[in-house]
Design a binder for this molecule. Structure first.
Ligand SMILES: C[S@@+](CC[C@H](N)C(=O)[O-])C[C@H]1O[C@@H](n2cnc3c(N)ncnc32)[C@H](O)[C@@H]1O
Length: 250
């Protein structure tokens, strides 16, 4: 997967891309990330990327010319047609199913807005999707781009040492994940639930499913309303490779 990020603050990404699993994935070539500084496509002395909004109002707007030139410069390199995403709080809400769909794309281009956002005409010309990472407003699209990249990267085969661990993550089959425990068995007089020490896979699975259901009902009852959540839960629960069936914490 190839990701191209259009931003006026490319340095924000440096430690994100040079640490931990993402750095390893880049080194292994599981994905590539190119940073494109929109400011490099300005032609005035001040390298201006923003201007006042037509119609008045507060703040500034990213100008169409440098951004469109930045995109054109990438398109001119050839290769597969990119799926171009405008990161904006007014976009479609990112959720795990959509992460999975976007992770299938061969080439993604991410437009990171700043100020009040981006001139609509450049979006009309190039963008395939407006995407929001949540119902809140950040200063820029760089953190949303990192959120999207990390969520997608976890789904790329070879990114995680044990790729089966994504299967029982929250939101993967519909419910929130059950609580997790590790050693010691007793911590500050709190014991690990005995069933997890039993070695009885079916009982562990039933316990975890019950906990996942209870947590989802308490914290995110809206998830239980989703169309196929129970079908996906049953399918996940019945798979022989399911961590719910196979793992315990003895
Ligand atoms: C201050 S925000 C602009 C908010 C915009 N005026 C609005 O009301 O929708 C500046 C930039 O941050 C990014 N941004 C902020 N919140 C975001 C979110 N929840 N999801 C995705 N991008 C976001 C976008 O790229 C946006 O262009």
């Amino acid at each position: 997967m190839k990701i191209e990020i259009l931003t006026i603050f490319p340095d924000i990404f440096s430690s994100f891309l040079s640490e931990s699993l993402l750095a390893k994935a880049l080194a292994k070539g599981l994905l590539t990330v190119d940073l494109i500084n929109i400011r490099d496509f300005t032609h005035d002395r001040h390298r201006t990327v923003d201007d006042r909004p037509y119609g008045g109002g507060p703040g500034m707007v990213i100008k169409p010319e440098p951004l469109s030139e930045a995109i054109d410069s990438r398109l001119a390199l050839g290769g597969p047609k990119p799926f171009i995403i405008n990161l904006t709080p007014s976009g479609r809400l990112l959720e795990q199913v959509l992460v999975g769909q976007l992770a299938q794309k061969e080439r993604l281009m991410l437009i990171c807005g700043r100020y009040e956002g981006v001139d609509q005409r450049v979006l009309d010309l190039y963008s395939d999707m407006d995407l929001s990472i949540g119902d809140y407003v950040l200063n820029g699209g760089e953190v949303p781009a990192m959120v999207l990249i990390e969520a997608m990267a976890r789904l790329i085969p070879g990114f995680l040492s044990d790729s089966s661990s994504v299967q029982d993550d929250s939101h993967s089959y519909g419910l929130l994940e059950h609580p997790l425990y590790t050693r010691p068995r007793v911590f500050r007089s709190l014991s690990v639930p005995p069933v997890l020490l039993s070695g009885h896979h079916a009982q562990v699975a039933a316990y975890r499913l019950g906990e996942a259901m209870a947590k989802t009902r308490a914290v995110r009852p809206d998830l239980l309303e989703k169309k196929d959540v129970m079908e996906r839960t049953i399918m996940f629960f019945s798979q022989s490779s399911s961590p719910l069936k196979g793992k315990d914490n003895k």
